[in-house]
Design a protein around this ligand. Structure first.
Ligand code: PMT
Length: 225
């Protein structure tokens, strides 16, 4: 049991970026590669968990592993629907996906064409639902972990996300460097009523292992009301 501390646990992990369609051939996306989410999925499986991997646009191969069920999605609305449907049967959720905050207000049903003499295009956006916040509000026994991707005021922004999204933990990472797409990350762990703990820069696999150890310890504890 010592080397498989997540045995018998069902862990949902989201990875990669969402694609918000502009028209049938174009979309708004981001630079998430899926490496962090996939590192978490593989480590969680190694530690004994049954993993549901909900992933958007990724640039690395998905793991082939009987302990990891795969749920590919496109945009944020699809990711929300998939996460909500799996949540009641999960013991924990880790949201490592980079979810688009905005979607195009009126998606064109045909490819937008260049018009002679028109040199500008204006797109209107509307806010996407917040997946983490929506499902955290539906928690019974689940432990919910979010990430905070920041380029400035890391701790202040991450603390606000911890409060507003209702997560048990927030993993704050400074993404002004190579966190999007790279193999390394430097994170600070935030938890309600605890001092933030900063981990040294390490590989995403090492972050995954430490984070899942933290999660395993939390899942050991009886449910608090
Ligand atoms: O995929 P990689 O290349 O390995 O890069 C990893 C990463 C940098 C994408 C990852 O470490 C990371 O930080 N993921 C979260 C990215 C993000 O969307 O951060 P945010 O600060 O905008 O959102 C905060 C949290 O709310 C995140 O857990 C996010 O998944 C969630 N969210 C955000 C918006 C939204 N509409 N719904 C959400 O659930």
């Amino acid at each position: 049991h010592f080397d498989r501390p997540l045995l018998g646990k069902k862990i949902m992990i989201t990875a990669g970026g969402t694609k918000e369609a502009i028209d049938p051939v174009r979309y708004i996306g981001n630079h998430s590669s899926g490496k962090m989410g996939l590192a978490l999925a593989k480590r969680a499986a190694q530690m004994g968990a049954q993993v549901a991997l909900v992933y958007g646009n990724i640039s690395v191969p998905v793991p082939k592993n009987s302990q990891i069920s795969l749920y590919p999605v496109g945009d944020a609305a699809e990711m929300l629907a998939q996460v909500e449907s799996l949540f009641p049967d999960s013991d924990a959720l880790i949201m490592a996906a980079a979810v688009g905050d905005w979607r195009v207000k009126e998606k064109a049903d045909h490819k937008l064409k260049k018009q002679p003499g028109v040199d500008e295009l204006t797109l209107h956006f509307v806010k996407n639902p917040d997946i983490l916040k929506t499902v955290a509000a539906q928690k019974d026994r689940q432990v919910v972990i979010g990430f905070a991707a920041e380029t400035n005021d890391l701790l202040a922004n991450a603390e606000r996300k911890l409060r507003e999204k209702g997560a048990d933990f927030i993993v704050a990472n400074d993404v002004s460097g190579d966190a999007f797409g790279g193999d390394y990350d430097q994170v600070t762990i935030l938890e309600k009523e605890q001092d933030p703990v900063t981990w040294p820069r390490m590989t995403k696999d090492q972050v995954a292992k430490k984070l899942l150890t933290l999660l395993a310890n939390r899942l050991e504890k009886p449910v608090r009301e």
